[in-house]
Design a protein around this ligand. Structure first.
Ligand SMILES: CC(C)(COP(=O)(O)OP(=O)(O)OC[C@H]1O[C@@H](n2cnc3c(N)ncnc32)[C@H](O)[C@@H]1OP(=O)(O)O)[C@@H](O)C(=O)NCCC(=O)NCCS
Length: 181
């Protein structure tokens, strides 16, 4: 059964305080099913481990990392999920973006960051990443790092991250570590 009640929800727009079903209803009454309305229905949600939102996020990770990028099951699901914070982007009741935050002694580490392929380059990833940084900041953690796929480095530089150290292969993909401190 679906779990529709997130433990904690970060709302991108105050309009989201309305139940999404109401807004869908209004959208159809206005005859407006365009992107602007889809954006209005977007939420970033903290998905508790093993919740339905979490599992939908895992489905997206499977599609993006395992099917699209060839990452193995063992690499993708490395046993660290129970201790991580998982944040998903939900549009129209479907998870379209996902990432996780690991709370390490020296910094928070963002990873498993993916957006549904047909919805990329529309800003969903940037909004999700920004939400994650705000959440980490609100937890009082200033130091954040991640392991960037080489062709994504510029994306993270736009958020103030700098690459350091050598390039390396992780799950068969060339990476570089980045940090914001
Ligand atoms: C990385 C990823 C999560 C980004 O998600 P996204 O939703 O496409 O991200 P955004 O749309 O916010 O930004 C992506 C790019 O589009 C640009 N963009 C943002 N909004 C845009 C818009 N409205 N119109 C056109 N382009 C836009 C951004 O400037 C950014 O440019 P860049 O490629 O030079 O960095 C997504 O590409 C993905 O899932 N990739 C596969 C998995 C992966 O590689 N994960 C990262 C591992 S390090």
């Amino acid at each position: 059964m679906r779990c529709w009640r997130p433990v904690f929800s970060i709302l991108v727009n105050t309009a989201f305080r309305k139940p999404s079903s109401l807004w869908r209803h209004r959208a159809s009454r206005c005859g407006s099913t365009d992107k602007a309305m889809a954006d209005l229905l977007e939420q970033q949600i903290i998905a508790p481990y093993d919740s339905d939102w979490y599992r939908q996020g895992c489905d997206l990770r499977r599609v993006v990392f395992m099917e699209e990028q060839g990452v193995s099951l063992a690499d993708e699901f490395d046993g660290k999920d129970p201790d991580a914070t998982h944040i998903v982007t939900v549009q129209n009741d479907e998870v379209v973006g996902v990432l996780r935050v690991l709370w390490l002694p020296e910094h928070a580490k963002i990873g498993r960051f993916a957006v549904r392929k047909d919805l990329r380059n529309e800003g969903i990833g940037s909004r999700l990443f920004h939400t994650a940084l705000s959440f980490i900041d609100r937890k009082g953690v200033e130091r954040v790092m991640l392991e960037a796929q080489i062709d994504r480095i510029e994306f993270y530089e736009n958020f103030g991250f700098e690459a350091y150290g050598d390039e390396y292969l992780d799950a068969g993909i060339l990476h570089r570590a980045m940090k914001n401190y």
